[in-house]
Design a protein around this ligand. Sequence first.
Ligand SMILES: [Zn+2]
Length: 346
Amino acid sequence: MRLLLLIIILAGPGSFYAQQTEVVDFKRAGVDVWIGPDEKIVYGSVSFEFEILKPTDSIYIDARNMRIEEIRYAEEKIAFDYDEKRIVLKRNWLPGKTEELLVRYRAWPKKAMYFLGWDNAAPDEVWTQGQGKYTSHWLPSFDDMNEKLEFDIEIHAPKGFMVASNGKLISSTHLPDNQSWKYDMDRPMSSYLVALAIGKYQKQTLLSRSGVPMELYYRITDSNRFEPTYRYSKAIFDFLETEIGVSYPWQNYKQIPVHDFLYAGMENTGATIFSDEFVIDSIAFNDRNYVRVNAHELAHQWFGNLVTETSGTHHWLHEGFASYYALLAERHLFGDDHFYWSLYKS
Ligand SMILES: [Zn+2]
């Protein structure tokens, strides 16, 4: 009985808010963020474009443990409620036209964005992990993966670093005290797939058979490990695109190794981040290599990123397709014996 009550209490607010995608459709987020690794701070603004689908008295945006500095609607500052988890905007919202909101904020993310180096011996890097951690720790966005937006992200980072994010890099500008990296997407995605990585990188760009730029990042100090780390990348890409039978859905495909990553890899849209434990030389390649993770995260670009589960209950579909297609890619590269042995072991 007590347990049942607890379930009702816990389920109440969730199911109340879970209906948001039926009353409002957020379409685009124009993000402008300044990243300060010394203070482990993010501040910036997000300009949301959205459409009210049904009359409602409130809409919300997820934003965890931030300082919300102001919200502007129709050129004016408006009042809002904020409980350290979500911003709630109460008014008589009516359907009719594309609306715009601007949120200015500061965040000191304890998760979802990680600052390495700067105050310790690790390489100076900043990277994000949205899935399972909530992008709303550093960017006002939507924890509900059914809400898909086009994210166009401009990042201000310290000079001397390279910055990767979702979409196509349209400009990189030296400013007096930072460097701005402006990325542009052309399709919507769930907020958990928003990513950025900042580090002392170089990159090489290959073209897939279909003409998709594959941008392979590596630390300046790892240039002799580039080939073994990314071995078969183009073959995997060409195989999966043909095997799946649907053109790669994003503008380009970046892969970025980072230090102390939480997992083997994460399939952020068009910008997979993976553990630098897979950055290996040609001898180590025989013992541990990036091939399977490479194929797995790439398969998620279709299974997960383009077609997305409606709730975590269906997560096995993302992982099932990605794991199976990774094995198919390995069969293509290494043959049937390897494939059946891998199936047997998994
Ligand atoms: Zn996966």
